[in-house]
Design a protein around this ligand. Structure first.
Ligand code: FRU
Length: 483
């Protein structure tokens, strides 16, 4: 594995020419995706500032240009008219002030007339590498320029450690106030979310309190990327608790999930109605964010996770991609997730069901009779490939990637399971060169993961009680070098 010194990974990008040849190399990789957002070079992590404005979806992401390393972070900008065809727009926020000298960290967006306000964490570090987090604001003007507000909105709150970040901006229609929620760690190393409020979107934010979430006082040692959303009339708290082993999540350390309940902003209390439920039951999924300024509940997540590595592409000096955009609804007090309907426009030809080799950009539509079921993808004579199996007596669906030749993040466990509410009758699977997303039934669960099948791993086999339709998927992201 490549060793990254602080000097190398925290270098400032002075000119696109410094990474042009890196991009030329990377774009030849067989693992480059064709319909998922991915970094030009280097590492992509959280989606940021996801918003719909004037017919355009803007999505920014955390980006470190140099390679597969969490070094100096920028916001990279992409746009789309249909959530499916994404255009690279180039660098948006750079770590170029005192307050964000070691990274422009994650955040969210709010529409402000014809402008878009971008709220982000300025990750400041001093010479001794001591961190101070600032909550900062920048404005994206209609002509595409971005102007940072000179001073941060506020600095760190008392009573919490250096881990305070990832502002989620909310304009609460009920009381007219603006709220910012941050992820934080209290002085007893417990993860939590903290609340600020103001009468204005761009000034005067005051600390309100730590948000009380009864039953979740000891739930991981840091909450990253917290958000409060209203979905189908319910309040949904979405966040990423870190360093906690959850019974249903094998050895995974960091998670992205939600609790449905009700939020009282004035009291800073969120009353849960459900347990913490993972947003995605697969392997690689984190920091998901909903699009602001639209009635559709569209969410995009990072198909990766902190402390995970992806050796094949890490060696190639790039890492990470986004999930497909998914539409959220609530059914029986649980979120259901379906890929946005626009994705259907990407379907190419339907292939005969008896093809011997899987295409690398494909959609599989599988129907089964609710009995025991299995499907093995990217197998060959010697290996089982990625196994999907369903036990009808326990209603447990499992996905196991230990049968692939290239094994990754084995210390987090190589299989994931979920007990379904309904018998398994439908799977909708999206494959894109180095990723797989498995939508279950009508969206009651989804499993996402990165996979790196070798040249020899191409076959698939599905149990006899199922039928399978296979479509090729046309490309919808271009690998342009735009910085
Ligand atoms: C989550 C996270 C955020 C932070 C960003 C830095 O993956 O750690 O908390 O703002 O990534 O890239």
């Amino acid at each position: 594995m490549k060793e990254w010194s602080k000097e190398l990974s925290y270098r400032e990008l002075k000119s696109p020419d410094e990474i042009r040849s890196l991009h030329d190399k990377i774009k030849e990789s067989v693992f480059r995706q064709t319909y998922h957002i991915q970094p030009t070079t280097g590492l992509l992590n959280d989606p940021n500032g996801f918003i719909f404005q004037n017919g355009i979806y803007h999505l920014f992401y955390q980006w470190c240009p140099w390679g597969a390393v969490h070094g100096l972070k920028y916001w990279y900008h992409t746009t789309s008219k249909d959530l499916i065809h994404w255009k690279n727009e180039g660098l948006a926020l750079k770590p170029d002030t005192l307050y964000d000298n070691r990274g422009v960290y994650s955040g969210t967006a709010l529409s402000d007339g014809d402008k878009i306000n971008l709220y982000y964490t300025g990750n400041h570090r001093d010479e001794d590498w001591q961190r101070t987090s600032y909550t900062c604001l920048a404005t994206l003007n209609p002509n595409g320029t971005i102007v940072k507000k000179e001073k941060p909105l506020f600095g760190p709150a008392e009573g919490f450690t250096e881990h305070q970040r990832d502002p989620k901006i909310i304009h609460n229609k009920e009381d007219g106030k603006y709220y910012i929620i941050l992820g934080a760690q209290d002085e007893n190393a417990r993860g939590c979310a903290i609340l600020y409020s103001s009468d204005y979107p761009d000034r005067d934010f005051k600390f309100v309190n730590k948000i009380l979430v009864p039953g979740f006082e000891e739930f991981g040692n840091m909450w990253e990327c917290p958000s409060l959303e209203q979905i189908d009339g319910k309040d949904v708290l979405i966040f990423c608790p870190q360093n906690i082993i959850l019974p249903k999540r094998s050895y995974a350390q960091h998670h992205n999930g939600y609790i449905i309940g009700s939020m009282d902003f004035e009291e800073a209390v969120f009353i849960p109605e459900t347990e913490f439920i993972e947003l995605d039951s697969g392997f690689d999924h984190y920091a998901a964010q909903l699009a602001a300024n639209t009635d559709r509940n569209v969410i995009i997540g990072w198909m990766g996770n902190a402390d995970c590595t992806y050796p094949v592409t890490d060696e190639e000096d790039w890492a990470g991609c986004m999930t497909l955009p998914r539409e959220l609804h609530i059914k029986d007090n649980k979120l259901i997730q379906t890929p946005v309907k626009e994705i259907e426009a990407l379907r190419g030809e339907e292939l005969p069901a008896d093809i011997k080799e899987l295409p690398l950009a494909a959609e599989l539509l599988i129907t089964s009779d609710g009995n025991d079921f299995y499907l093995s993808l990217f197998k060959n004579r010697h290996s089982r490939g990625l196994m999907i199996s369903y036990n009808s007596s326990t209603k447990k669906l499992g996905v196991d990637r230990s049968g692939l030749k290239t094994r990754i993040n084995t210390n987090w466990g190589e299989s994931r399971t979920r007990v379904l509410d309904e018998p398994l009758t439908k799977l909708r699977i999206f494959i894109d060169h180095s990723s797989i997303e498995i939508f279950v039934n009508d969206g009651e669960a989804v499993f996402s993961g990165r996979i790196f099948p070798t040249e020899e791993e191409k076959q698939f086999v599905v149990s006899e009680n199922a039928t399978c339709r296979i479509f090729t998927i046309n490309p919808s992201v271009t690998d342009d070098f735009i910085i």
